[in-house]
Design a protein around this ligand. Sequence first.
Ligand SMILES: [Zn+2]
Length: 318
Amino acid sequence: MPSGSFVLAADLGGTRIKLGVVDARGVRAHVTINAAARAGLTPQLDVIREALNALCARVGLNPRDAVGIGLGLPCLVDAEQGRVLSAIDKYPDAADVKLQPWVAKSWGIPLRLENDVCFAALGEHRFGAARGVDNAVIMTIGTGIGTAAIIGGDLLRGVHGQAGCLGGHMTVVVNGAECVCGNRGCLETEAASWALPRLVRRQPGYAKSALSDADTVSFPDVFDTAARGDTVARAVLDHCLACWSAGVVNLVHAYDPEIIVLGGGVLARQDIIVPHLQAYVARHAWTPWGTPRVVAAAEPNEAALLGVAAELLKGAEQ
Ligand SMILES: [Zn+2]
């Protein structure tokens, strides 16, 4: 590829937006801003543009010289058509935002839209924990739960671009709580951070727990409080571990990966999560060839940004 080729990258999560200037050697400059995803994408566009321009200025680059920009969104995305197909609770206006004209006006460079976890999968496959492994699944646990699958070295897409992306909406509790997607008992309804207030409140005696301020409870709270012997926190944590375990076995049965890469902020406690899920997969997945490896992401904060470079600079290499 031409020396000096770089991309602009934006990873729009439910809580945070990560922005970066990335080249083949890695992330040259990055910044994280608050997402306020429920307020929509439109109010963030000016902020994103200004932040990316500032990042480029910091490293002496003109953003108009970028090979392109990659936007990863927690939505169903048709990457080939460059369209957001469906957004629910996060960036609910995303399907109606005219992103191509916004990019053309801002910088005059090509836009690549992708599901955020798909970009993270590409990043982990090219640079991270799935490097050299051509059949891999990624599951990121955060505000929601996102998944993506790499099959034979390529991102799995399916007929409508949504294959592999909906592991967070596989059923893990039949007749469980209603999810924003329309299904019931989805993995993310049962074990993502947005569900924690409900998971805490349904525990008997929660008002006497250290998690009684359920509205603000986070995964670090659950882990720390459980470690101090709080029975409510322990029950919530056990439930989440059981749901993540079931989710990973579902992914193994669906996609036949060699490796499952786990991402998201909750992996700060990979010392607990990874051995638990690895042992569950060893016991319960039907994989006569052996046991798929369960590992933490190598680039938990930057995988999606690196994935943008992996994808957009691939074209520049020829
Ligand atoms: Zn769902």
